[in-house]
Design a protein around this ligand. Structure first.
Ligand code: PRP
Length: 177
């Protein structure tokens, strides 16, 4: 298995990740079976989780993409750059925003605010990882969460450090840079 020297230890194996994704897929299948939801991948970090998750949701759905970026190295810049170029009309749609991780929640709170102005029927958030101890936007919670984690810098399964390590099939803890 490819384990870069910067990865201190594995936090979640592929099997453990699969269990979280399956469980989220089951819940979303129950809640959206009659709604033809629009699942929106928040690029880039969510791309791997998104592709696994949508295959665990057993009802009709459509997909779309937007991009959001706010990290430089291990630090949030506090400024979120958004691009909605690939987003279709969402008025009246049941939107599920899919994220790899909620940290300060600056990204998702801004994305939700911008999308809410486009009059969807609802907007819910599904994240694989949640770091509640790092919240800056107080009170922000995801509607569907795979697992809560401590304040660790994690990489793999789509998550990066300076654009590296997204291709690791597991989630690992990065050695302090
Ligand atoms: C990461 C992650 C989330 C966001 C979460 O994205 O994918 O979008 O940070 O952090 P927050 O809750 O503090 O806003 P990043 O800005 O690193 O861009 P990326 O998705 O392209 O990796």
């Amino acid at each position: 298995m490819f384990t870069p020297k910067e990865v201190k230890r594995i936090l979640f194996t592929e099997d453990e990740i699969s269990r979280y994704v399956n469980s989220l897929g089951e819940r979303l299948t129950c809640d959206y079976s009659e709604k033809n939801p629009l699942f929106v991948c928040v690029l880039k970090g969510a791309c791997v989780f998104f592709s696994d998750l949508i295959r665990r949701v057993e009802c009709p759905l459509e997909i779309a993409f937007l991009s959001a970026e706010s990290y430089c190295g291990t630090q949030s810049t506090g400024e979120v750059e958004l691009s909605f170029d690939k987003l279709p009309e969402i008025s009246g749609r049941y939107v599920v925003l899919v994220e790899d991780i909620v940290d300060t929640a600056r990204t998702l709170s801004l994305v939700k605010e911008k999308l809410a102005a486009r009059n969807p029927a609802s907007i819910k958030v599904c994240c694989l990882l949640d770091k509640p101890s790092r919240r800056v936007v107080s009170g922000f919670t995801a509607d569907y969460t795979g697992v809560e984690i401590d304040d660790l810098f994690v990489v793999g399964y789509g998550l990066d450090y300076d654009q590296r390590f997204r291709n690791l099939p597991y989630i690992g803890i990065l050695e302090e840079p």
